[in-house]
Ligand binder design. Structure first.
Ligand code: FES
Ligand SMILES: [Fe+2]
Length: 396
C-alpha cells in the first residue's frame, strides 16, 4: 500500500504589496525589527462612539459619499432574484435584472410611496415589481411599466417615474453602491487604490455565496472596525476559539490610502520561512484582513472568505451583515458540513459572541464617563490612522 501523497494547495496569488507585507511579517517572526510602531501611545476621545452630532456628520460626510460594499453578487444568482434591506435609513432593493445586471433601487413606489417588497433577510424572486397598494408595476431595472386605470394620469411621464436608483457596480464579485440617489457616478477601482490590486488576482467573481446573516447589534460601527485592526486582543478575547491557530503578535500591516491591509501569522507561518515567495500562502501561513474604509472588513480564512459590513443605524447601533463565500459550491455533503461548522464557529462563536459582544460592552460604558479618552498602544497604530481618517473626512 503506498502512502498518500498530498499536493500542497496552490497559494492564492498575492499583489506585490501583499508579498512585501508577507516578507515583513516573516522578518517580524524572526525578530528583525520590521513593523513600524508609533513612537508613543495616542488617544481618541471616547465621545466619538456616542455623540449624536458626530454620528450625523459621519453619515453625511462619509457614509453617503463613499462606495460601500453591500455583499457578494452571487447572492442574487438568477434574473429576478432580489433582497430588500434598509441600509443607513434607505430602503434598498437589490435586484438582478433580465440582462444579468444588479441594480440597487430605492424600494419606494413612485406613485404614493408604498414599499414594494417587504423583508430584510431573505432573497426572493419575482418576474417584475408590483406595488401592493395600487399595483403600479416596474421592470426589474426599475423602469415603470404598468399603471392600472392609466386614463386617470393623462400627463404622467413614465420615463421619469422609474424607481430611484443608487450608483452601483459589481467589482471583484462584490456589490458596491453610493448611498446617495442624487449621484450617478461610482469609481470603486479608484476608491480602492492599491487594495484593488490585492483583490484582482483573487477572482472573487467566481466565488459562491455560502451564507449571509444580518442583524442589529448595539455598538458604534467604529468599535468593530477597531476590533479588526489590531491583533492585541486575539490571545485573550479569542482564547477559547481562534487563538490557538495564531502565533502571538506576529503581524505586519499598513495603510493603503484610507484602507488597511494586515497579515497575522498563523501557527504554520514558520513553514514559509524556507519557501520561495510564490509559495507563501496568505490563507494558510497567515490570515489577511482588509479594512476597507469606512465600514467593510474582508477576512481571508483558510478555505473561505468573510465580508462584514457595519451599517450604523444610530450612534450606538449597527446593522451587522456578515457574508461568507467559498471558492466553489460544496462538492460533497462532507464539505458542506465542514463549511456549516465553519460558519457557526466564525459567525456565531467569534464575530457575534466575542467581537460584537465586547463592542457592545464597550458601548455600554461609553456614556458612563469612566473614560474621557481611550488609549491606543504603539502597536495599535492602525486604529490611530483609522480615526485620523474619520476626523479628516468630517472636516471636509
Ligand atoms: S403607492 Fe404604489 S401603486 Fe400606489
Ligand atoms: Fe477579534
Amino acid at each position: 500500500m503506498s502512502a498518500e501523497v498530498r499536493t500542497p494547495p496552490t497559494p492564492p496569488a498575492m499583489s506585490p504589496a501583499l508579498t512585501a507585507l508577507f516578507r515583513r511579517m516573516l522578518d517580524e517572526m524572526d525578530g528583525r525589527e520590521s513593523v513600524e510602531w508609533d513612537p508613543t501611545e495616542t488617544t481618541v476621545d471616547a465621545n466619538v462612539y456616542g455623540d449624536p452630532g458626530i454620528h450625523k456628520l459621519e453619515i453625511d460626510r462619509i457614509f453617503r459619499r463613499l462606495p460601500l460594499c453591500l455583499g457578494h453578487a452571487d447572492q442574487l444568482r438568477e434574473p429576478g432574484s432580489m433582497i430588500a434591506r434598509d441600509i443607513l435609513g434607505l430602503p434598498l432593493l437589490l435586484v438582478r435584472d433580465r440582462q444579468g445586471e444588479i441594480n440597487v433601487l430605492l424600494n419606494v413606489c413612485r406613485h404614493r410611496g408604498a414599499r414594494l417588497v417587504v423583508g430584510q433577510e431573505e432573497v426572493c424572486r419575482h418576474a417584475s415589481l408590483s406595488c401592493p397598494y395600487h399595483a403600479w408595476t416596474y421592470d426589474l431595472n426599475g423602469a415603470l411599466r404598468g399603471v392600472p386605470s392609466a386614463e386617470g394620469f393623462p400627463t404622467l411621464d413614465r420615463a421619469s417615474r422609474g424607481l430611484k436608483r443608487l450608483p452601483s457596480t459589481v467589482r471583484h464579485g462584490l456589490i458596491w453602491a453610493v448611498m446617495d440617489p442624487t449621484r450617478t457616478d461610482i469609481d470603486v477601482a479608484g476608491f480602492l487604490g492599491g487594495i484593488d490590486d490585492d483583490l484582482a488576482p483573487l477572482d472573487f467573481g467566481s466565488h459562491k455565496l455560502f451564507r449571509q446573516r444580518a442583524c442589529k447589534r448595539a455598538t458604534n460601527w467604529k468599535l468593530m472596525m477597531d476590533a479588526f485592526q489590531e491583533v492585541y486582543h486575539i490571545k485573550r478575547l479569542h482564547a477559547r476559539t481562534i487563538a490557538p491557530f495564531f502565533l502571538d503578535a506576529r503581524t505586519a500591516g499598513e495603510g493603503e490610502g484610507l484602507h488597511t491591509r494586515i497579515l497575522v501569522g498563523r501557527d504554520r507561518l514558520p513553514e514559509a520561512r524556507n519557501l520561495p515567495p510564490e509559495a507563501w500562502d496568505m490563507r494558510r501561513h497567515a490570515t489577511l484582513t482588509h479594512a476597507i474604509f469606512p465600514n467593510s472588513l474582508i477576512i481571508y480564512h483558510p478555505d473561505f472568505t468573510s465580508h462584514m459590513g457595519m451599517f450604523p443605524t444610530s450612534p450606538g447601533e449597527i446593522q451587522f451583515v456578515h457574508t461568507m463565500f467559498t471558492p466553489h459550491e460544496a462538492r460533497s455533503e462532507k464539505e458542506r458540513a465542514h463549511w456549516e461548522r465553519s460558519f457557526e464557529m466564525i459567525d456565531g462563536g467569534v464575530f457575534h459572541a466575542e467581537d460584537l459582544f465586547i463592542s457592545e460592552q464597550i458601548q455600554l460604558g461609553v456614556e458612563s464617563g469612566a473614560n474621557d479618552t481611550f488609549v491606543f498602544g504603539r502597536f495599535e497604530q492602525h486604529l490611530r490612522r483609522f480615526h485620523e481618517n474619520v476626523r479628516t473626512m468630517l472636516r471636509e
